[in-house]
Design a protein around this ligand. Structure first.
Ligand SMILES: NC(=O)C1=CN([C@@H]2O[C@H](COP(=O)(O)OP(=O)(O)OC[C@H]3O[C@@H](n4cnc5c(N)ncnc54)[C@H](OP(=O)(O)O)[C@@H]3O)[C@@H](O)[C@H]2O)C=CC1
Ligand SMILES: O=C(O)C1=N[C@H](C(=O)O)C[C@H](O)C1
Length: 268
């Protein structure tokens, strides 16, 4: 059995991850971790998730469990993930990171840590979104040069980072396929007297509303026609199952940084 520790256990994703872990053959939920002052600490991980008792109390410090884990799954906040990553590195443990919103310095630290431990880092663990990344590469190569490219994403009212990690990755995929640098061509929202659209810009629009789980559209708009590639998640279980797949895949991997394209065998 693969011994799994879930950090951010009381969160929206944490609860889905607990259910996904319990439903995955060969995986054993060994630790459920929250921040140390969370009201969830001490509560039963099953009851917290709305399922029967697991007799596994939520703990407030990953260090208390790390020696007994094979892999840590972290969907929390960037600063918290950096702390958990440091603990995994110290103890030589694998980590699957689903958190989004890292600064470029934090990303560099994650990449540096991958010299010592195997890491899956992916802004979206659903199969469908990862398939969309491949479709976007094709679309960008076929019509990207002449089309105006706009990325629109919508998420629930509680989401704290924008644009979503997935939308940013979509932008990176499209920009790379066209030989552009996203840092130079991205336009994040428009307001006031903007002037005409820059030909080679990639625009981002963000919606935060209600309980939307996660929706992404990339629009390639030419004159006379447009192509839209859209993904709509209707349940967080799609991300949670992807994270279990990533954790299982990571078990025999050497230290390094991997993403869901590696896990799903989509790298060309
Ligand atoms: N890669 C993917 O496929 C997906 C990625 N995500 C990303 O996952 C992250 C979490 O999303 P979501 O579950 O909706 O957010 P939530 O706010 O619901 O959950 C985050 C949890 O992490 C907890 N937390 C914060 N700090 C710590 C800490 N130091 N130690 C342990 N736990 C901590 C929070 O506790 P508290 O609330 O008490 O602060 C909270 O329970 C986001 O970055 C989101 O973008 C989401 C879905 C899919
Ligand atoms: O915060 C969320 O909910 C989600 N975050 C991820 C992102 O930022 O891309 C993935 C998913 O869309 C849900």
């Amino acid at each position: 059995m693969i011994k799994v520790g879930i950090v951010g256990a009381a969160g929206r994703m944490g609860q889905a991850l607990i259910r996904a872990c319990l439903g995955t053959n060969g995986m054993s939920l060994t630790a459920a971790v929250e921040r140390k002052d969370s009201p969830a600490v001490g509560k039963d991980a099953g009851e917290l998730t709305g399922i029967p008792r697991l007799d596994l109390p939520v703990i407030g410090d990953l260090r208390k469990a790390i020696s007994n884990l094979d892999v840590v799954i972290d969907f929390t906040r960037p600063d918290a993930t950096m702390e958990h990553l440091a603990i995994c590195r110290e103890y030589g443990k694998r980590i699957v990171i689903g958190t989004t919103g890292f600064t470029s310095e934090q990303r560099a630290t994650i990449e540096h840590s991958a010299r010592d431990i195997p890491i899956v880092l992916a802004p979206n663990m659903s199969v469908g979104v990862n398939l969309c990344f491949k479709l976007l590469e094709i679309a960008a190569k076929v019509i990207g040069e002449q089309a105006d490219i706009e990325i629109i994403e919508a998420h629930h009212r509680h989401k704290v980072d924008a644009p979503s990690g997935t939308a940013l990755r979509m932008g990176e995929v499209v920009a790379a396929a066209l030989g552009r640098d996203l840092n130079e061509c991205a336009v994040y929202g428009r307001e006031g007297y903007t002037g005409e659209r820059e030909r080679k810009s990639i625009g981002f629009s963000v919606i935060r509303a209600g309980d939307i789980v996660g929706e992404h559209t990339v629009m390639f708009a030419d004159e006379g026609e447009r192509v839209e590639i859209t993904h709509k998640a209707s349940s967080r279980m799609t991300f949670a199952k992807g994270a279990m797949r990533a954790a299982n895949w990571l078990m025999d991997k050497a230290p390094g940084i991997y993403d869901m394209q590696d896990v799903l065998g989509l790298k060309t």
